[in-house]
Design a binder for this molecule. Structure first.
Ligand code: CP
Length: 328
């Protein structure tokens, strides 16, 4: 497979259907290495990957690290909470500092939508978006699609006409937006479901069905992606944490995926969750850990998909800025 002409992975919107399929096929190849006794490949030997996360992460950051290591790269992890950002250093100054190391890839998570786009415009490194505000989380959408692709016997046409719901806190979710773009490009019918206070108006313009009635749609679904209620993004300091719906109990009653509700679904339904999980709120233990759950498989597949992304998006480091003026 030939690497792509673009150097950055910033969002799913910027990818064609063919490119998404290439990433999924490439991930399939890289996942086949996981069962070998020697799991390392020399693909990125001599390259340097920097992870720069301005927001907390377990899965995304560690799986990018493991993916880079399995491809033979050197990796520098910058934890913003222990970096000079806490002394007031700006994003641009931090990136200028990193440019002095002549890094090849920057994997970045930031609370501001489009922050990775800004860095990608200024630098020849490959910028990989690990999540920007509520805008985009492209590798999560790709690993979610890969996980279904694997379950559907690597038949890309299987997405055509499948009914897939994304349920919960849509308004704060970069995962929802990226999944919608990805699944629609692959031909699936996408429904978003949750309290209206957690569904942004733009959703209908994205060509998805919008509903507040999970019990009505559940029987027709082929896959369901349960989102975490992002309580930390809901409230002003003087408001209760569940200020966007009447009570957590009511949310559970209407939107939690529990054992009783699951009985209404097809026996072939697949259950996804990007993590981290609020157990007992959007999903019950028995479902999260049950036989229809792909949650742990999603985490494993995250490494394969991120290896594919490193392989397919290549930096243009021959254009690295030598001076301060070049950088501007
Ligand atoms: N799914 C996801 O982005 O998880 P982390 O926040 O742990 O990276």
């Amino acid at each position: 497979m030939e690497p792509f002409s673009q150097k950055d992975l910033l969002d799913i919107k910027g990818l064609s259907k063919e490119q998404i399929i290439t990433i999924l096929e490439s991930a399939r190849h890289f996942k086949s290495v996981f069962t070998r006794s020697m799991k390392k490949l020399p693909t990125l030997r001599g390259k340097t990957v920097v992870t720069l996360f301005y927001e907390a992460s377990t899965r995304t950051r560690t799986s990018f690290e493991l993916a880079a290591k399995r491809l033979g790269a050197d990796i520098i992890n910058i934890s913003v909470s222990t970096s000079s950002v806490t002394k007031g250093e700006s994003l641009i100054d931090t990136v200028k500092t990193l440019s002095s190391y002549k890094a090849d890839y920057i994997v970045m998570r930031h609370k501001s939508p489009m922050a990775p786009h800004l860095i990608a415009r200024k630098m020849p490194v490959s910028v990989i978006n690990g999540g920007d505000g509520n805008h985009s989380h492209p590798t999560q959408a790709l690993l979610d699609a890969y996980t279904l692709y694997e379950q559907w016997n690597f038949d890309i046409n299987a997405f055509q006409g499948k009914n897939i719901a994304i349920v919960g806190d849509i308004v704060h979710s970069r995962v929802a937006r990226s999944n919608i773009h990805c699944l629609k490009k692959l031909g699936a019918n996408v429904t978003v479901c949750g309290p209206l206070t957690l569904i942004p108006r733009e959703m209908e313009k994205m060509g998805v069905e919008v509903t507040t009635d999970l019990d009505r749609i559940l029987p027709k679904l082929d896959a369901i992606n349960m989102l975490r209620v992002q309580f930390e993004r809901h409230s002003a300091p003087d408001q209760p944490i569940d200020s966007l719906f009447p009570s957590t109990r009511e949310y559970q009653t209407l939107f939690s995926l529990n054992e009783k509700r699951l009985r209404k679904a097809k026996p072939t339904l697949f259950v996804l969750h990007p993590g981290p999980i609020n157990r007992g709120i959007e999903i019950d233990d028995i479902v999260a850990d049950g036989e229809r759950s792909l949650i742990n498989t999603q985490v494993t597949n995250g490494v394969a998909v991120r290896m594919a992304v490193f392989y397919l998006f290549r930096p243009r480091v021959e254009n690295y800025p030598e001076t301060e003026e070049d950088f501007e």
